[in-house]
Structure formats: structure tokens, C-alpha cells
Design a protein around this ligand. Structure first.
Ligand code: HPA
Length: 289
């Protein structure tokens, strides 16, 4: 078991990047991370090179159902893209540098735009299961109490000691996402994503607290990846699938469960796929090597 303080040497990121680079003819500029229940989206990729995380040096392995753990690089609607089909989470026992390892590897490969998707519980009382939410900002609860993937000596080759987070979710990318959603007639909510450690779902008291603090959706991923990507100067777009409404009252029948999260994720996947394809079309050209 790796502890919070374990740092990953720069050479390990380079080894992983080299391994991937040697297997690809083209490096896309855009990467998409698929959250719980959204993995089928990678099946639409053509001319795919599939690299299981297990064979990439130093890559942690996904242990949760709904996260296959493969990198799928190819064309989505004729647009080059790297799809990270599954992620690992802090609650699986991985350190935050491990959780975010792939983000820095993508950065070394030349990916400059990271689209993070996730499954989230709805805190905003107007949200319903099946809604899509554009992340405009986040509250990083583990980060606020010192659990940061950037903990420890700063690696200047990735970014500065004190990265600003006031523009974490790129404004231009958000504008494009909203335009594409409107053009495709896909309702897209906007809101603040709260990142927690998990793996417990929230108590009703916690749900009411997070809502009062300005959260619209809550989940167990994304914020650490955003921190590391922004630190490295990457542009980040975040989209949450509201897979369930967070339970805010005691003594009611409803309760959050992973089955519901996966089932709703799957039912929303076609809409999310259309949105992501539309966004991709607006974005990418391959990086010259
Ligand atoms: N809470 C935390 N994480 C989640 C939820 C939730 O209700 N739904 C999906 N991921």
C-alpha cells in the first residue's frame, strides 16, 4: 500500500509516456476520461489502438465495476482522441499521485485538452437522475484539508508551486460545450461539482451541508485530475452525469447505490456520446511529432 506522501519520480511518467508513444502513430491533442457506466462510449472509436492500463509501466489498475481500465486511441467521428476507459479512485487505496498519474502522462504525450466525465449525485434540488451537468467550478474537499496530488516538493517540470484554480474549467471549452448542446438540443445544466473521498455515499446532513456550501453535484473523482491538469497548463472540461439524486432527508425509502449509478450512466451514455462527439469536432487537430 502506498501512503499519501509517496511521490512518483519524473522518470516514471516518462517511461509510461514512452511506452504509449511507441505504440501510436498519432498523438491526439484531446483526451476524454470516462466515468462510471460511461465506458461503452469507447466502443465507437475506429482505427483503435487499445492499451490496457495493466501493461503500461507504473499505471495503477482499476478495481471498480464499470471501469474497464484501458486506453483507447483512435478516431471518434473522424476526430483523433485518446479515451481513458475507466479511472482509479483514492478510495481504492491509491495515492493521489497514482490517481492522477495518467494526467501527467497525457501531458507529456502532448495532450493539451482533457475532458473529464463522471457520475455524480444531484445536490441541486432541480436536478433529476439522467441530467447532464457542465462543471463550471469545483469544491475539492480533500484538497481543502491538505490531501492534494501536488503535496510534497513541487515538480517544476510539470508546473508551478502555487497553481491558481480560479479558472480551472476552461471558459472557452465551456462556451463550446454549451453551443454544441444547444445545437443538438441536449439539455445541459451548469453547476459546481463537489469532490469527496468516498467510498461512502453522503449522509442526509452532509448532503444538506454541501448544498448550503454551493455544491450542485457530488462525486468521488475528477477534482484531483483537474488540479494536476491545470498545474500542467492543460485545458479542462468537466461533464457530470447526474446518476441519482442525493438523499437529503432521514427516514425515507430512497438510498444511493452503485447499481443505480451504473444503470443511469448507461441510459445517458448515448446523449453524452453525442455531446462529446460534437465538442470534439469543434476542437482537435493532431499534434505533429
Ligand atoms: N455521491 C457521491 N458520489 C456519487 C454519487 C453520489 O450520490 N452518485 C454517483 N457518484
Amino acid at each position: 500500500m502506498i501512503t499519501m506522501s509517496e511521490q512518483i519520480p519524473f522518470a516514471a511518467y516518462e517511461e509510461a509516456a514512452t511506452y504509449i508513444r511507441e505504440r501510436l502513430s498519432q498523438i491526439p491533442r484531446v483526451a476524454i476520461t470516462l466515468g462510471s457506466g460511461l465506458a461503452p462510449l469507447a466502443e465507437d472509436v475506429t482505427d483503435a489502438t487499445v492499451i490496457p492500463y495493466a501493461v503500461i509501466p507504473h499505471f495503477p489498475r482499476a478495481t471498480v465495476e464499470g471501469h474497464p481500465g484501458r486506453m483507447v486511441v483512435g478516431l471518434l467521428d473522424n476526430t483523433p482522441v485518446a479515451i481513458m476507459q475507466g479511472r482509479v479512485h483514492f478510495y481504492e487505496g491509491y495515492s493521489l499521485p497514482q490517481v492522477t498519474f495518467y494526467v501527467r502522462v497525457l501531458h507529456l504525450l502532448g495532450v493539451d485538452t482533457l475532458i473529464l466525465t463522471n457520475a455524480a449525485g444531484g445536490l441541486n434540488p432541480t436536478f433529476r437522475a439522467g441530467d447532464l451537468m457542465l462543471i463550471v467550478d469545483h469544491i475539492n474537499l480533500p484538497g481543502l484539508v491538505g490531501h492534494s496530488p501536488l503535496w510534497g516538493p513541487n515538480e517544476e517540470r510539470f508546473g508551478p508551486r502555487f497553481p491558481a484554480m480560479s479558472k480551472a474549467y476552461d471558459r472557452e471549452l465551456r462556451r463550446i460545450a454549451l453551443e454544441v448542446a444547444e445545437a443538438l438540443n441536449i439539455p445541459l445544466r451548469q453547476g459546481v461539482y463537489v469532490g469527496l473521498g468516498g467510498p461512502t455515499f453522503e449522509t442526509p446532513a452532509e448532503v444538506r451541508m454541501l448544498r448550503a456550501w454551493g455544491g450542485d453535484a457530488v462525486g468521488m473523482s475528477t477534482v484531483h485530475e483537474t488540479v494536476v491538469a491545470v498545474h500542467a497548463g492543460m485545458r479542462v472540461l468537466g461533464i457530470s452525469t447526474i446518476t441519482n439524486v442525493a438523499v437529503d432527508r432521514l427516514d425515507v425509502e430512497e438510498t444511493a447505490d452503485h447499481e443505480e449509478v451504473l444503470a443511469t450512466g448507461q441510459s445517458v451514455a448515448p446523449r453524452l456520446a453525442a455531446l462529446l462527439k460534437g465538442i470534439l469536432r469543434r476542437l482537435s487537430a493532431p499534434v505533429d511529432r
